[in-house]
Design a protein around this ligand. Sequence first.
Ligand code: B12
Length: 421
Amino acid sequence: MLPVAFTIGVLLALVGGTATHSCVAPDQLVSELLQRLEDSVNMKEPPNPSVLLAMNLAGATDGGTHKWLLQEIKEEAVKKAHKDMTSGQVALSVLALLSSCQNPQHVHALGQTVDLLHILEKKTEEEMASMDVDGVPKTTLYSLSLDTLGLCLGRTGHYEEASMALAKQVLSPSSRLSVDTRAVAALAMACTYDQTDLGDLRDLLWEAVSVVADGFLDEQENRDGMMGNIYSMGLALQALGSTEKFYAPREWDCAQAFSVVYSHDYRQPMAIAQVLPALVGKSYLEAASLNCATSSRMSPSQQSPKLVPTEDYRALIQVHYSIINKLQGKHFNESISVSVPEGSTLLKVLQEAEKEEPQFFRFRTEQTSWGPMVVSIHGLAANPEDRTYWQFLSGQDALQEGVGTYKPTDGEHIQAVFSTY
Ligand code: B12
């Protein structure tokens, strides 16, 4: 593996720098990102279908990691899909299997067989029923978009109905969907547009996908290439790269958008998994049409030795931390200042606070595909049923990374605010 300090910027300099003017990233960058993705696969953790999907779209289908991931995803599906997976998680597994040329209707592992598309259909129906009653899906519109894409690519279920609901949300003046959600919704709607014979639905989908794509192009123009934040760029690029006909004759300055991505050193497996398909000129829309007979890219070499952290002699910084609940039950607002070594993640700050005043700053995390998510503070737990969560802010600004990644600076004031989404 390349040394840690070897950033994407350096890699680009090595390949001549001018590669930013093409809409496929340089091979060396793609290989480095693939290597990081492969290194992230930890056999002690649940398999991540987004990683397998990205590897397949990038053509890295040889090797032990790929094989292991595929097998584990099948095993998770037979064990958990019915009860312990959300609709979006089932959808991601469907996309991962389709991109591995496996039939999701016949997933066989551990002596059992499940029809994952049927399970996805049922879970999507629950999402839609909740849309009808409450105006919001059971989970999120992001997940409903993944569900719709999975069903459309698998050619089963009511993806036309779900696409219509997504289009209405996208076109509603009152809805404020994130770039990430609009991007996945656009992929799902573009898939349905190409599948359906219903003329009215096609018109509606045409309008909705065009609105998303035009909105992205406007935002890119106004913000020097940025759409959403650096972690939305992967999905936004996938959407723009696969919906040209919806914004023609307007043209996409893909070099500008790619250069924003090149300037960031992506480390989190999920972030890499969302950006890599776009960097090789592909999107999730192509998950069901890959040629699995050939591996176009060498799978990166297996596990190189990891850097062993040395003793910690870093300077200490002070971080102010507040926890605020004005939403539910007994309100509270508690603050503390803690010292942590410079370069520590926010998780370390929370741990120090808990160590110093456990009666207030006790917290719990859950491991997710993006790392540890804070699910409870001071005994107050986030709950998907009432759509509550712990939001993290620095001053007035919501953090763009979670506690396992974000590194506060000296004197920074971090707030955890119990909020709704
Ligand atoms: C929906 C969503 C949420 C919802 C999840 C609710 C739910 N029950 O579904 C809510 C509103 C709670 C949420 C919260 C946050 N989110 Co969010 N979220 C998303 C979004 C749009 C979709 C995730 C998803 O549903 N995936 C599909 C399902 C099937 O996969 P999954 O693995 O089961 O999804 C779970 C995890 O993604 C987890 N999750 C969601 N967001 C985050 C963020 C972090 C840091 C972690 C560890 C986990 C996590 O919740 C999902 C449902 O359980 C993504 C966009 C994206 N590009 O991926 C951003 C995204 C993952 N979130 C992001 C961020 C920054 C946050 C917050 C830190 C924001 C904040 N300032 O507080 C908080 C988390 C704080 C905490 N308590 O630790 C970033 C992460 C970037 C990064 N480098 O880490 C993303 C990529 C958006 C972006 N472009 O900035 N989020």
